[in-house]
Ligand binder design. Structure first.
Ligand SMILES: Nc1nc2c(c(=O)[nH]1)N=C([C@H](O)[C@H](O)COP(=O)(O)OP(=O)(O)OP(=O)(O)O)CN2
Ligand SMILES: [Zn+2]
Length: 135
């Protein structure tokens, strides 16, 4: 029997979508206002979901306090109030789209969560735009 546990977190960050191999005209055509040179921000909402068996001793799949500590250490401390393009190593050479941010976050969390568990991240960039990644 597998059960999932999820933890919601949030971080605020600035970004600019840009492909350095394209002309400014093409970047404007593809990314529109998301390519504006002075960056813009989002209130990102991250839902991290761990799927596994219930430990008969604790009744937990995974202690959500431990999950919360991992999310804070790996994601919130790293990205909150940062300019993703300028301030983070992860997006120096990677376009900080919601898709790429979700994959980067999944990789960071995956290293810290027992491989007995499946991991899924859902990242809301706006109230209406969200992406999901599960490896
Ligand atoms: N596949 C993707 N498409 C888009 C991404 C992305 O990361 N992946 N990102 C953007 C922009 O960065 C931003 O998310 C769009 O913001 P906005 O147009 O303001 O989106 P809203 O849902 O808040 O606005 P609406 O009022 O619903 O248009 C664009 N595309
Ligand atoms: Zn944006």
């Amino acid at each position: 029997m597998k059960v999932s546990v999820s933890r919601r977190a949030h971080f605020n960050a600035a970004h600019r979508l840009n492909n350095p191999n394209w002309s400014s005209e093409k970047n404007d055509e593809i990314f529109g206002k998301c390519n504006l040179p002075n960056y813009h921000g989002h209130n990102y909402v991250l839902i991290s979901t761990v799927l596994g068996s219930i430990d008969p001793d604790t009744g937990y799949v995974m202690d959500m306090k431990v999950l919360n500590d991992i999310i804070n250490e790996e994601v919130v401390d790293r990205f909150d109030h940062k300019n993703l393009n300028l301030d983070t190593a992860e997006f120096k050479n990677l376009n900080p789209t919601a898709e790429n941010i979700a994959v980067v976050i999944w990789d960071l969390l995956r290293k810290r969560i027992n491989t007995d568990f499946k991991l899924k991240v859902t990242l809301y960039e706006t109230e209406r735009n969200f992406v999901e990644y599960e490896g």
